[in-house]
Design a protein around this ligand. Structure first.
Ligand code: NAD
Length: 507
């Protein structure tokens, strides 16, 4: 494992890069305000910012503002072309402030800065242009077949939406639902993760600068159990769009059910990555490394359960392990870093507990890692980990670990792979590597997952639905799921000429 140089102290880093903390965050050097979330830089464990927790009165005010903007403001009535132009302004501003957004996101998540710059920020900009295009082309339906009536189906915005987002890719994840929600005329309140609110706060400042009217977008900061729950339970909220863990998703759905809010849930994953004898093994190794180690492995769609067919298993495992050992773990602000520290201490400790399981339970064979990365005096650095096991029922194959930690199972054939892949509570994605078309087509048909990646690591077409089978979620991002979540269908029936009506009560 190649280590980068020691990371800079966080306050020097902020000064050297001229990073401005967005409001209401304040710069701090001590972790001592019980009414605020202290953000800790994961590379050095230093506190650097403090963000006040919203109270119930702040939540009530945000919902009242959002309702006012929806009922009385210009946004929902604005012609689609004007709304679309404002969304394009947002995209332009995101590109203009790309460096600043990328630095903020890396500061709060420790996603390697190159990945924040080359993947996360461009995709954030694209999310706004994508929905600008969608609303420009949105059409209703009409039916003329019944008698002499014209039935017209149109879509109205729903009202006030709350978006609750996780810490692992704050910009991309929050902006996809945010862009959809406002493009379709709703008012949106975002509750970003308490661990990573800064990039989302800055993005929302840019929305205002781009011309999104006041209170159409607001950010409420705080913990999930207080601010998040207060928003989900609030009677003035109509939609809850949630991205996060499966257990949280279940609680949110139960809370939202009390007032029958619309919900969209994008939850956890434990995606199978099947490599058959017929695969191009070198490509499969490259793709599998990206599939598990991009974004520090803290990705819902990570290919975290590798299943490799017996004849190629030795070659795959030895080459994959050698490349894993060579990953550059280190300072997330160095351009050549491939894996940064884990985002925060509780998450790092959770991974260390799974590492301990791999070390002490002899049903696992540790090929590399399963411990903290060596050579760091401080910081939440976890060694990229490859663990082999026979049993798909093993805890490390069933639970979402959400880090640079992959399990490998040897499989007899494709049937064995499909059976193991589907033997899991999650169903977000699956990967299949093979140059045999019938095998690929059968895997595509049989795998129970919302997205199947064939001979490729993750890639998205924003038009295509993205979401999970089973406990990986309810609903889809993209088309038509985003439109369904953020609009209500309305049917209007109009007689095309005065029709004879029965005259009740006449003699
Ligand atoms: P989490 O569920 O702990 O928290 C997500 C958000 O929910 C945070 O903003 C948190 O404050 C809030 N929250 C927590 N409890 C709440 C409650 N009772 N009511 C309202 N809000 C509450 O998840 P996390 O640790 O931030 O993120 C990691 C998880 O997110 C992983 O399981 C990952 O797979 C999942 N994820 C899914 C997708 C997807 O597209 N399917 C994308 C990214 C992450």
């Amino acid at each position: 494992m190649i280590k980068n140089q020691k990371p800079s102290g966080v306050h020097d880093l902020i000064a050297a890069n001229n990073i401005r903390l967005p409001k209401p965050a304040l710069s701090v050097s001590a972790d001592n305000n019980p009414n605020a979330q202290t953000l800790i830089y994961a590379a050095t464990e230093e506190p650097f910012a403090s963000v006040p927790h919203a109270r119930q009165t702040d939540v009530d005010q945000a919902v009242a503002n959002a309702r006012g903007a929806f009922e009385d403001g210009p946004w929902r009535k604005m012609p689609a072309a004007e709304r679309s132009a404002i969304l394009r302004n947002v995209s332009t501003l995101v590109k203009k402030h790309a460096e600043e957004l990328a630095l903020l996101q890396t500061l709060e998540t420790s996603i390697p800065v190159q990945q924040s710059k080359s993947m996360h920020v461009p995709r954030t900009a694209e999310n706004f242009t994508f929905f600008a295009d969608i609303i420009s082309g949105l059409a209703g339906e009409s039916y003329e077949q019944t008698g002499r009536y014209l039935a017209v189906v149109t879509r109205d915005p729903v009202g006030v939406g709350v978006l609750i987002s996780p810490w692992n890719a704050p910009l991309v994840l929050a902006s996809m639902k945010l862009a959809a929600g406002i493009a379709l005329g709703n008012s949106i309140i975002i509750k970003p993760s308490e661990y990573a609110p800064l990039a989302v706060l800055r993005l929302c400042e840019l929305l205002e600068e781009a011309g999104v009217p006041r209170h159409v977008v607001q950010v409420v900061c705080g913990t999930g159990i207080e601010a998040g729950r207060a928003l989900v339970q609030h009677p003035g909220v109509d939609i809850v769009g949630f991205i996060g863990g499966t257990e949280t998703g279940k609680n949110i759905m139960a809370d939202a059910a009390r007032s029958l809010k619309k919900v969209g849930l994008e939850l956890g994953g434990k995606s199978a990555n099947i490599i058959l004898n017929s695969a191009d093994i070198e490509r499969a190794i490259d793709g599998s490394l990206l599939g598990i180690f991009a974004g520090n492995g803290e990705q819902c769609l990570a290919g975290s359960r590798i299943m490799v067919e017996n004849d190629v298993a030795d070659e795959f495992i030895s080459k994959f392990t050698a490349r894993t050992k060579a990953l550059r773990v280190g300072d997330p602000f160095q351009d050549d870093t491939e894996i940064g520290p884990m985002a925060f201490k509780a998450h790092f400790d959770r991974l260390l507990a799974f590492a301990e399981t791999a070390q002490v339970d002899n049903s696992y064979k540790v090929h590399t890692g399963a411990q903290a990365a060596s050579g760091f005096d401080s910081g939440y650095y976890f060694a990229p980990t490859v663990v082999e096991t026979d049993s798909n029922q093993a805890e490390l194959c069933q639970k979402e670990l959400f880090g640079p930690f992959v399990t490998i199972q040897r499989i007899k054939d494709l049937d064995d792979g499909i059976k193991r892949a589907n033997d899991n509570d999650f169903g977000l994605a699956s990967y299949i590597w093979s140059n045999d078309l019938p095998s690929v087509m059968r895997a595509r048909r049989e795998l129970r997952a919302g997205t199947i990646w064939v001979n490729t690591p993750m890639t998205r077409d924003l038009r295509a639905p993205f979401g999970g089978f089973k406990q990986s979620g309810i609903g889809r991002d993209g088309l038509p799921g985003s439109i369904e979540l953020f609009t209500e269908e309305k049917t209007t029936l109009i007689p095309q000429e005065p029709l004879l009506l029965p005259k009740l009560g006449s003699s």
